[in-house]
Write a protein that binds this ligand. Structure first.
Ligand SMILES: NC(=O)c1ccc[n+]([C@@H]2O[C@H](COP(=O)([O-])OP(=O)(O)OC[C@H]3O[C@@H](n4cnc5c(N)ncnc54)[C@H](OP(=O)(O)O)[C@@H]3O)[C@@H](O)[C@H]2O)c1
Length: 498
């Protein structure tokens, strides 16, 4: 396709909005450059590109002549290279850099133009930004992008928020570059303002939980059966052909199979056992705490990464009393591995159920109309948690859109029933042999908490009433009550102070 270059007359200001490009990308590091190439690979798109430092723009344009990018070296040139409504995706570091780029784009764009933040922004920042940008007459869309650099290039899962008006222009463009799962593009208009970044945040939180559960499964199998990482890789490869089929299980097999070229050892044995984090897991947990949603699997996974990184504490704690996991061996390795698989599946169901609870609570709190079934469908391709299993979640919400607990959908009830005994056995074994399995055990505790007919929360209410006169409700009559603990301990009706 022959594409015109930026009109020279337009390069000194905002331009006429008749430039050659229908979409632009600002920020050409790994994510932005790959997303720009993905956009350019569609016949219908002409892509303008801009980066703060010129070298990245030059490198991209030179390395990919086939993309026929329209390069810009100032914000003015960038605005001039775009058709109206100008549509630009920002892919820069989250936080201040994103604000800086938005300010620049508002300077050179015009009301009605569309500014999309595709970075990993905190949803409350997105809400703030949309308010400010839309008050000035522009459209602002906070969009979650998942799938890393490979996804950005070949088809990510996209979670745009923002106004309906922007979706009209943006929808077809995003559908053209998103991953496709079972014939459907992995993009939906998630909801208004920060809804897209909220959903992306929870996606990452679920990703933390899923990764931690897989790591616990690997650890138990290795310690219990003495199998090598390469042998365990084959177990994960086998699991990937069943109900656990997912990208994360697939790459686990790849990582475990890898031999370190320098030492000849399994790569996993030469990697320092301290897990890093970029903060989205912590955001998911912090937000869940604010919303009062128990996401214990995600929280344990986030804390497990923190614990692993506290080397100084681990170094002085090795001699603490307890069973040695070195002494742990199982008699029937195949049976044990199957128990671990079932425990992993059950715990994973809990983690996803908790994540969807958080999205539901967020939607209620912030007034978003989020279709949970549609969210599970756009996670089936392109993103890190892509998995066959998400079809089951979509089915559950298709059958009952307002399902209060995902765990109670018939498919999951059956799966949890099947996994029950193995799950409990594995949690017991991990505790008795001193192998930490925080996500497995907290998921089971959450599950039993939900099932419980009576919880010791009644005692907590009694304690709260004792020391703080926080009152309680009774099981046998309406109203709010307080016991006069420091007087004659008679009960009075009281105002609910929580
Ligand atoms: N990496 C992933 O797998 C992944 C996945 C999903 C989402 N994301 C999100 O996507 C976004 C981009 O990620 P990335 O890994 O490609 O890049 P990054 O390392 O997060 O950011 C580098 C980019 O930000 C630009 N930048 C930094 N400060 C700036 C400023 N004040 N004004 C203008 N531009 C500025 C840099 O420009 P210069 O070249 O001039 O320094 C460069 O283009 C981030 O928000 C990230 O969280 C990343």
């Amino acid at each position: 396709m022959d594409r015109p270059t930026t009109p020279e007359a337009d390069t000194s200001g905002a331009g006429t909005g008749s430039g050659p490009a229908n979409i632009g990308v600002v920020g050409l590091a790994v994510m932005g450059s790959n997303l720009a190439r993905n956009l350019a690979s569609r016949e219908e798109n002409t892509v303008a590109v801009f980066n703060r430092s010129r070298s990245k723009t030059d490198e991209l344009v030179e390395a990919h002549p086939e993309a026929e990018f329209v390069p810009a070296f100032t914000y003015e040139e960038f605005a001039a290279s775009l058709q109206k409504p100008r549509t630009a995706i920002i892919m820069v570091k989250a936080g201040r850099p994103t604000d800086a780029v938005i300010d620049e784009l508002m300077r050179v764009f015009e009301p009605g133009d569309i500014i999309i933040d595709g970075g990993n922004s905190l949803f409350t920042d997105t809400i703030r930004r949309e308010k400010a940008v839309s008050e000035a007459g522009y459209n602002f869309v906070g969009m979650g992008v998942s799938g890393g650099e490979e996804g950005a290039l070949n088809g990510p899962s996209l979670m745009p928020g923002g106004p309906d008006e922007a979706w009209v222009t943006l929808g077809p463009i995003l559908k053209s570059i998103a991953a496709v799962a079972e014939g459907e593009p992995c993009v939906t208009h998630v909801g208004h303002d920060g809804a897209g970044h909220f959903v992306k945040m929870v996606h990452n939180g679920i990703e933390y939980a899923d990764m931690q559960l897989i790591a616990e499964a690997y650890d138990l199998i290795r310690r219990g059966t003495g199998k090598t990482p390469a042998e365990i890789a084959e177990i994960f490869a086998e699991w990937n052909r069943g109900e656990l089929e997912s990208y994360l299980i697939e790459i686990t097999a790849e990582v475990l199979r890898q031999t370190d070229a320098a030492t000849g050892l399994p790569l996993v044995d030469v990697i320092v056992d301290e897990a890093g984090a970029k903060g989205t897991g912590a955001w998911t947990v912090q937000t869940a705490l604010d919303l009062g949603v128990p996401v214990s699997g995600i929280a344990e996974a986030t804390f497990a990464r923190s614990l692993s990184s506290h080397r100084e504490q681990r170094d002085v704690s090795g001699a603490l009393p307890g069973p040695s996991s070195e002494d742990f061996t199982v008699e029937d390795a195949d049976a044990f591995i199957e128990q671990v698989r079932l425990a992993l599946y059950a715990s994973k169901i809990v983690a996803y159920s908790q994540g969807f609870d958080e999205i539901r609570a967020g939607a209620a709190q912030y007034g978003w109309n989020i279709d949970l079934g549609a969210v599970s469908k756009i996670w089936r391709g392109g993103c890190i948690i892509r998995a066959q299993f998400l079809n089951r979640i979509a089915d559950a919400y298709d059958a009952e859109a307002t399902l209060p607990v995902l765990l109670t959908a018939p498919y999951f009830v059956e799966a949890l029933g099947r996994a029950q005994d193995a799950w409990r056995e594995i949690v017991q074994v991990s505790a008795s042999s001193g192998i930490p399995a925080p996500a497995f055990s907290s998921s089971l505790a959450y599950y039993d908490g939900l099932r419980a007919d009576r919880l010791p929360a009644a005692l907590i209410q009694g304690q709260r009433d004792f020391f703080g006169a926080h009152t309680y409700r009774r099981t046998d009559k309406e109203g709010t009550f307080h016991t006069l603990w420091s007087a004659d301990r008679s009960e009075i009706e009281a105002e609910d102070t929580h």
